[in-house]
Design a protein around this ligand. Structure first.
Ligand SMILES: [Zn+2]
Length: 246
C-alpha cells in the first residue's frame, strides 16, 4: 500500500521526468510499491547507507505508449542491460558508509544465493544506494562502483528529521531530481527553528520526510530517466500528463 503523500510526490516527479525527457538517453520504469520499500529500508538502516540490487521482470516490458511518450531526442537503444523491462524486485545486499557500502559481502559474490536468484546468480541488473541527508549526486566512489554495473546505477537521496547524527549535507554540484517538494505544504513557522522545511509526509519509521531525490545514470555518465509506475504499468499522473491527441 503506497501512502497518498508518496503517490502525490511520484506524480510530481513523473511530471518533471516528462518535461525533462530530452535530457535523458534512456528510461527505466520502477513500480511505486518497490520505490516505497526503498525509502522505508533507507530510513530503517540509518545512519548507514544501503546498497540494493534490483532485478527486472523478463516477462514485463515497458508499455510502448509510455515508452514513446517519454522518449527523448537523444534516445539511445541498447544502452544497458535490462533496458525496456520493468523492475520487479529489490534486495538489500549491504550497508555501510559511503565507501564501504559499495564493497559487497562475500555471500553475494559467491554462489550461495544463485539458487534463489535464478539464472543471473549473484549479480543484479541494476543497483541503488542511498544518501541519507545528502543530495542524490554521485561521488567519485559511486562513479567507480558503477563501472561494473550491467544495467544502471541509482541514488536515492533523502532529507529527513529528526536528523540523528547526519545533518543535511548539501555542498555538492550536480543535477538534482526531487519528488514534489514544491507541492509540499510548509510546516507552521516555529520560534525554535531557523527555517521552515516542507514536510512531504511521515514515513512508517516516524521520520518527517522533507525531500526525496532520485537519479539514475549509466556508467558512461549518461542520465537515465526514471518513471514511477503503478500496478497497471502507467506512470503515476499519466492521465494529467498526456492529453489524448485524437
Ligand atoms: Zn554515494
Amino acid at each position: 500500500m503506497v501512502e497518498t503523500w508518496l503517490v502525490d510526490a511520484m506524480r510530481s516527479y513523473n511530471a518533471e521526468s516528462y518535461s525533462m525527457r530530452h535530457a535523458y538517453a534512456a528510461q527505466l520504469h520502477l513500480p511505486g510499491p518497490v520505490f516505497r520499500e526503498l525509502v522505508v529500508w533507507a530510513l530503517q538502516s540509518l545512519p548507514d547507507e544501503i546498497l540494493v540490487g534490483l532485478d527486472v521482470d523478463p516477462n514485463r516490458k515497458h508499455i510502448d505508449k509510455v515508452e514513446s511518450a517519454f522518449e527523448g531526442q537523444e534516445h539511445v537503444s541498447n544502452l544497458f542491460g535490462g533496458q525496456g523491462y520493468v523492475i520487479k524486485e529489490a534486495h538489500v545486499v549491504n550497508r555501510g558508509d559511503s565507501y564501504s557500502v559499495h564493497h559487497l559481502p562475500e555471500e553475494w559474490t559467491d554462489d550461495l544465493f544463485s539458487g534463489q536468484r535464478g539464472s543471473r546468480a549473484g549479480r543484479f541488473t541494476h543497483w541503488l544506494h542511498t544518501h541519507p541527508n545528502a543530495p542524490a549526486i554521485p561521488s567519485g566512489a559511486d562513479t567507480d562502483a558503477a563501472q561494473e554495473t550491467t544495467g544502471v546505477d541509482m541514488i536515492l537521496g533523502l532529507r529527513f528529521s529528526p536528523e540523528g547524527p547526519l545533518p543535511w549535507f548539501d555542498d555538492v554540484d550536480g543535477t538534482r531530481r526531487s519528488l514534489g517538494t514544491e507541492h509540499a505544504p510548509k510546516t507552521k513557522r516555529s520560534w525554535f527553528s531557523r527555517k521552515e522545511l516542507p514536510v512531504l509526509g511521515i514515513a512508517p519509521t516516524g521520520h518527517s520526510i522533507h525531500d526525496i531525490q532520485l537519479i539514475a545514470f549509466h556508467k558512461t555518465g549518461l542520465g537515465v530517466n526514471v518513471l514511477l509506475i503503478d500496478e497497471s504499468g502507467y506512470p503515476y499522473g499519466w492521465d494529467e500528463l498526456i492529453q489524448p491527441t485524437s
